[in-house]
Design a protein around this ligand. Structure first.
Ligand SMILES: Cc1cc2nc3c(=O)[nH]c(=O)nc-3n(C[C@H](O)[C@H](O)[C@H](O)COP(=O)(O)O)c2cc1C
Length: 140
């Protein structure tokens, strides 16, 4: 199975989570690469059976939360018919960030099979848990 993790990151947490997710996928025998939304590796995206999209929680901490850079996320190409999963990193409270991210990716034609919020002080543990849950439901 081939996977790509496409992420949006401002201060590096979501990039780190994306890299932990890639490491964990590789440790489980899945070929995986990470790409920022600003420089998507289109060859890997074209070959991916599983597309994982991550962003960070942008809001007023207890309300108005949304995935950061939704505009860029909604332009990721070639998602029709793909299995996809989403994650967001956050500090305190994600509100509906994950649901909003799922909706953006589902709108691109992907079949969203799961999502997880990863707290910024638990990036490695959260990323490992996300991958183990994902590998339990992915069907390719
Ligand atoms: C402008 C701004 C708004 C934020 N709003 C929220 C928020 O509403 N809720 C929350 O839990 N974290 C919030 N955060 C924290 C970030 O979501 C968190 O630090 C995240 O891991 C940052 O990811 P990054 O390092 O990849 O940019 C905010 C951070 C910034 C810079």
């Amino acid at each position: 199975m081939n996977a790509i993790v496409i992420y949006e990151s401002l201060t590096g947490n979501t990039k780190k989570a994306a890299e932990y997710i890639v490491d964990e996928l590789i440790a489980n025998g899945v070929s995986a690469v990470a790409s920022p939304t600003t420089d998507v590796d289109y060859q890997s995206l074209a070959n991916a059976d599983l597309v994982i999209v991550g962003s960070w929680t942008d809001g007023l901490f207890l309300f108005g939360q949304k995935p950061a850079s939704a505009g860029r996320l909604s332009q990721i190409p070639f998602l029709a018919g793909r299995q996809a999963a989403v994650f967001c990193t956050y500090a305190l409270d994600t509100g509906k960030t994950l649901e909003k991210l799922e909706a953006i990716i589902a709108d691109r034609g992907a079949e969203v099979i799961g999502g997880m919020a990863i707290r910024r002080n638990k990036l490695q543990e959260g990323s490992a848990e996300f991958v183990s849950r994902l590998l339990g439901v992915v069907t390719v």
